[in-house]
Design a protein around this ligand. Structure first.
Ligand code: NDP
Ligand code: OXD
Length: 308
């Protein structure tokens, strides 16, 4: 009976019961028993330091998160043990909705109308068609691709940027660092859905923001480390950006007194753009365990050299 340790932060028993229903022949535990049985599978979100390193007999680490920079930085996933990141229909649906909600709210002036209502002002604002706006999505992965496809279906002129060329019907693709500026040139909206790696840290800086059309929207659903915060704030203050919708931050929770909190053109959500729903994510992780035990190739194994 192989052991599955559920070490997610919240709702451990809910996850454990779902795993027991999916994989009845396994020993599903929520704390590590003090015995000699190896822990074949660890299901983790952001595990406490030392937890992964303390386990023996690990065969696969299953991340509840799509982004695994924290696990990689911990250095605790043993060499040779696959780290499988979360790719789950619930996560995709959440991110696509959040990105579309933020882009449409800006496009249809809903942020401005909320501010006007607070002053009881009846003031129709100029409107544009979606087809008159360009949206660039940084990242064309599991989340970036469907987000770009939906924005394109709504009618936006849509571009994506990735490391390798990616084909998405109706979307213009750009690949490689030397095509980043071209991907962002003249964009009205810049959406970040990149993972946090050495190559993406501080990528969105003043020089890149200056490539956008004046008065645009920045949407960050990827990771906080990709933004140079002072450059974003400066662009908001001088009108180069008209708004920023931010879900992720360098420090989370966002510190009291952080300038993003009180900025009238910043719209904060507390890292909720896409959450891993227990039902859909356990189905995906149980499938990974079945694949492993059948000897099939695992899907969505993190490439540690690339960092995602
Ligand atoms: P994927 O690994 O599927 O996709 C990542 C994309 O980024 C790929 O298209 C990849 O290019 C591109 N990329 C990575 N590095 C570079 C680079 N240096 N230059 C250009 N392109 C690059 O990840 P997901 O789509 O599943 O998730 C993306 C991120 O979203 C996660 O890592 C996480 O940080 C964040 N996230 C945030 C959530 C939230 O609630 N706010 C929830 C879930 C995820 P290529 O296609 O060529 O490999
Ligand atoms: C993730 C996240 O990476 O929730 O899954 O940020």
């Amino acid at each position: 009976m192989r052991r599955i340790l559920i070490a997610v932060r919240n709702n451990r028993e809910v996850f454990a019961d779902l795993f027991r229903a999916e994989l009845p022949g396994h020993d599903v535990v929520t704390t590590e028993p003090d015995d000699a049985t190896p822990t074949a599978y660890a299901v983790v979100g952001l595990p406490p330091p030392g937890l992964l390193a303390s386990l023996h007999g690990l065969e696969v680490v299953l991340s509840l998160n799509a982004g695994v920079e924290y696990l990689l930085a911990s250095g605790e996933v043993p060499d040779g043990v696959p780290l499988v990141r979360m790719v789950d229909p619930g996560l995709v649906a959440g991110m696509v909705e959040w990105v579309a909600a933020r882009v449409l709210a800006w496009h249809r002036n809903l942020f401005d109308y909320a501010a006007l209502q607070a002053e009881a002002r009846w003031k129709p604002l100029p409107e544009k068609l979606a087809s008159e706006r360009t949206v660039t999505v940084l990242g064309a992965g599991e989340l970036g691709r469907p987000a770009a496809a939906l924005l394109s279906a709504i009618g936006f002129r849509t571009r994506v940027w990735s490391r390798e060329p990616r084909e998405i019907p109706g979307v213009t693709g750009f690949a490689g660092r030397d095509r980043l500026a071209a991907a962002v040139e003249g964009a009205d909206v810049l959406v970040n859905l990149l993972p946090s790696t050495a190559a993406t840290t501080d990528l969105i800086d003043q020089a890149l923001l200056d490539r956008m059309a004046p008065g645009g929207l920045l949407v960050n659903g990827g990771r906080g480390a990709t933004l140079v915060d002072r450059d974003v704030l400066a662009a908001l203050d001088d009108g180069r950006l008209s708004a920023a919708a931010l879900d992720v931050f360098r420090t989370e929770p966002l510190a009291d007194g952080d300038p993003y909190w009180g900025h009238p053109r910043v719209f904060v959500t507390p890292h909720v753009a896409a959450i891993s729903h227990a039902r859909t994510s356990v189905a995906v992780m149980a499938d990974t365990i079945r694949r492993h035990e059948r000897g099939d190739q695992l899907l969505h194994v993190v490439d540690r050299a690339r960092g995602y």
